[in-house]
Design a protein around this ligand. Structure first.
Ligand SMILES: Nc1ncnc2c1ncn2[C@@H]1O[C@H](COP(=O)(O)OP(=O)(O)OP(=O)(O)O)[C@@H](O)[C@H]1O
Ligand SMILES: [Mg+2]
Length: 298
């Protein structure tokens, strides 16, 4: 058995459609052929910054509706760039998707302005929290609802306080909140947009192990109670795989491995690189002879 033996290549929508036509001959069970299209589908994208720096080199991933999917990888792999490509925020950093496409709910969204992507139902919680320090928690939460015109905003602020009760007690400026509380506020602000999908960039960053556990269990609750689909970028693979159903591992602007959370957790290389802490001398997935992955969108 190869080192990667436990991890299966994920079936793509294209492959599924092909399977549908072959299903009669193969007598494939209905369960396999009747799978819904993913809510988010990133297909073979290439991203450059400043017109020349190629950072994503043919990245593909899918997020099924209602799922939590983890995107893992070392510093500089391109995780945040992937989220910014999806949310349209690349534009603010002179970045651009130059190839491939991003489909949300069946429609192409690359090239669209970030505020319109929020209106379509995608909200990104940026790395490092990015709350407004000289506003209160409630003012920060109201900012999250900028696209809404309904009169249920106060109800939703109460809902956020139910998930994060300690935010209710802190009535001062958000800049004085602890790191964990700021992270909670950033997630709460995303909920205020009533998104279909939240992109979370390293929610565990700077949190104590106990707080990581607390924040991740609330992420799971939010997903379960509200049905919000979540794409979760993390360096803390253990925490991310504890809540995700599937995961992707990125290196140098590409996905090098994907599978169910269980498959990834049991995989020897994932254990060595991401769960066991192999230190600075870790190998690259690219150097593993056992690792062969087909380009799926070419
Ligand atoms: N605005 C930018 N302009 C130029 N290069 C950038 C820009 N943002 C990121 N990069 C480069 O793109 C690569 C990927 O960066 P990115 O922030 O996406 O990685 P990451 O996987 O999120 O890393 P980390 O875990 O450290 O947050 C890095 O080499 C980085 O230097
Ligand atoms: Mg990042």
């Amino acid at each position: 058995m190869t080192a990667m033996g436990g991890v299966k290549a994920r079936s793509t929508t294209n492959a599924r459609m092909k399977n549908m036509t072959e299903a009669t001959e193969l007598n494939r069970p209905a369960k396999t052929t009747a799978q819904a299209a993913p809510l988010l589908s990133v297909r073979n994208i290439e991203v450059v910054y400043d017109k020349v720096i190629l950072v994503l080199r043919g990245l593909s991933l899918e997020v099924p509706k209602g799922a939590i999917v983890a995107l893992l990888g070392a510093n500089g792999a391109g995780k945040s760039t992937t989220l910014k490509a999806i949310s349209g925020l690349l534009k603010t950093e002179d970045g651009e998707v130059i190839r491939g496409e991003i489909l949300f709910d069946g429609e192409r969204i690359n090239g669209i302005d970030p505020d319109r992507i929020v209106r379509r139902g995608i909200f990104q919680v940026m790395e490092g929290r990015r709350i407004i320090a000289d506003m209160t928690s409630i003012e920060n939460l109201k900012l999250g609802a900028f696209t809404r015109t309904d009169n249920e905003i106060t109800d939703d602020i109460d809902m956020v306080f139910r998930y994060f009760p300690r935010l209710k007690e802190r009535t001062g400026l958000a800049g004085y909140l602890s790191g964990g509380e700021q992270q909670m506020l950033a997630i709460g602000r995303a909920l205020m947009a009533r998104p279909k999908m939240i992109l979370m960039d390293e929610p565990s960053m700077g949190l104590s192990p106990l707080l990581v556990k607390e924040v991740f269990s609330i992420i799971k609750e939010i997903n379960r109670d509200l049905g919000v689909t979540i794409l979760l970028v993390e360096q803390n693979a253990r925490a991310a795989l504890s809540v995700a159903s599937h995961g992707y591992i990125m290196e140098q602007g590409k996905v090098v491995l994907d599978g169910t959370a269980d498959e990834l957790r049991d995989n020897e290389d994932v254990k060595e690189f991401y769960l066991g802490g192999a230190g600075d001398q870790r190998k690259s997935f690219k150097n593993l002879k056992s690792f062969k992955r087909r380009k799926r969108w070419l």
